[in-house]
Ligand binder design. Structure first.
Ligand SMILES: NC(=O)c1ccc[n+]([C@@H]2O[C@H](COP(=O)([O-])OP(=O)(O)OC[C@H]3O[C@@H](n4cnc5c(N)ncnc54)[C@H](OP(=O)(O)O)[C@@H]3O)[C@@H](O)[C@H]2O)c1
Length: 408
């Protein structure tokens, strides 16, 4: 690996998020010895990004569908970081090459039906080779997955107790990217959306009992939460994040490091007073209406042109003033509860997502021996942030200024 020319290649570097990953590397990777380059399909756009940010790095060019050109990039680096999405459209050749060249991989997809196809095609080979292919390293699903992992391990390490349940409660402010909306529209037009209802879509085995499936169904209605003593509503990213957490739980079980017998994970949006109940109900109704629109091809075609388009996103001010908070409550086998908190300043879909994926790539490139399972071939496959990166990522995020805390 160290014979490769680069440690990390940032693919999709000319996109709205991609450009921010270049900025992040330009300002953060200087303090660590990282050899990096930027890549994408359009040399002119990539060179413009490089010049605007004022950094001296190589520019590599390959269309996402050009397998040979993608191979040439992947063969030169230890890690691919990609933000070129919709990933179901632009991610296949990259993952295929990463598995063949044993190049570690991170992305920011939330397209779980596509992740399922990766598991079916590549998990076995990547596991044999120790190649860490880690989708969902953005706002979906790092706070959920890392948060649940840290709460579970805290109970085990500090109190020698296994964990029965983790619940996560989100609050956030920010904007929407055109690229995110394009990915959502692609899920609906490709008919892949139906699969997202499966609570265990990403588990290694999908032969759960009906009782297990029913116990893990996504919440549909607002309710009053007894643990937080406030109103909550279904979190719209829950159908993505919960599947990732369940995959982490299942993989750790395979590796003989289980979370807890019958472990469950669920997540919500949390509302503060005044009028918390009304806000929770209004948001649930509004979201239901939007999903109803997305489900109808005619309505979809009417709203798509008026929403933000690929390449666009929130203003600098909105991204800087945005924030998120993920509060976690873990319940141990003896009923004891621990609390966790992951919080940061900055728009979750951009500032936080960029911090998550860049620190994920740097974890793979710079600290391979400290990752879960060590640097050997024991822990490859289609992994999750918690199983592929674990405590190393948590520590790097803390160092980058994010609040990550677990306590009684
Ligand atoms: N997990 C999260 O929290 C999170 C947050 C934000 C975004 N996302 C996801 O990240 C993805 C990107 O979002 P964005 O806002 O940055 O979107 P964007 O601005 O539209 O960027 C898309 C990128 O894909 C590239 N691309 C398009 N077609 C390509 C092709 N044929 N070959 C190679 N590259 C191609 C674009 O290249 P050009 O510049 O040459 O057009 C651009 O770099 C989306 O899938 C979105 O859902 C996830």
């Amino acid at each position: 690996m160290s014979e490769r020319v680069y440690d990390v290649v940032l693919y999709g570097a000319s996109g709205f998020v991609g450009k921010q990953t270049v900025q992040y590397f330009a300002s953060h990777a200087v303090s660590e010895p990282v050899r990096w380059a930027i890549a994408g399909r359009n040399r002119q756009k990539l060179e413009a990004v490089r010049d605007e940010i004022g950094v001296t790095v190589d520019v590599l060019v390959a269309d996402s569908q050009a397998q040979q050109a993608i191979d040439a990039i992947v063969a030169q680096t230890q890690v691919i970081l990609t933000t070129a999405g919709p990933f179901a459209l632009y991610g296949n050749a990259l993952v295929d090459a990463c598995v063949r060249f044993k190049t570690h991989y991170v992305d920011i997809t939330g397209e779980t039906p596509w992740v399922r196809t990766l598991i079916d095609r590549y998990h076995a080979q990547a596991a044999i080779d120790g190649t860490r292919i880690i989708p969902c390293c953005g706002f979906d699903s790092v706070p959920s997955d890392l948060g649940a992992y840290l709460v579970v391990r805290h109970l085990q390490r500090e109190f020698n107790l296994s964990c029965n349940q983790v619940k996560a409660y989100f609050q956030a402010a920010g904007g929407f990217n055109g690229g995110t909306l394009a990915s959502a529209f692609n899920l609906y037009t490709s008919q892949a959306i139906a699969q997202m209802n499966e609570p265990f879509l990403l588990n290694p085995s999908r032969n759960q009992t009906q009782a297990q499936i029913d116990r893990n169904r996504d919440p549909q209605l607002p309710s009053f939460d007894p643990d937080l003593k406030t109103w909550i509503a279904p979190f719209f990213m829950g159908p993505v994040n919960t599947r990732i957490v369940r995959r982490s739980c299942a993989l750790y079980e395979e590796w003989q490091e289980p979370y807890g017998t019958g472990f469950t994970y669920q997540e919500y949006l949390k509302f503060d007073e005044p009028l918390a109940g009304l806000k929770a109900t209004g948001l649930t109704a509004g979201l239901g209406l939007f999903v109803g629109v997305l489900q109808q091809p005619l309505l979809r075609s009417l709203v798509q042109p008026v929403l933000p388009q690929p390449g666009s996103g929130p203003s600098e001010q909105t991204m800087n003033e945005g924030w998120f908070s993920c509060e976690l409550v873990g319940t141990a086998s003896d009923g004891r509860q621990v609390r966790g908190l992951i919080r940061d300043q900055g728009d979750p879909g951009n500032r936080a997502t960029v911090k998550f994926i860049c620190e994920a790539a740097l974890s793979l490139a710079l600290q391979p021996d400290e990752l879960p399972g060590g640097g050997g071939v024991a822990r490859g496959g289609i992994l999750t942030p918690a199983t592929g990166l674990g405590d190393v990522l948590a520590e790097r995020l803390r160092h980058a200024g994010m609040v990550i805390d677990v306590h009684l």
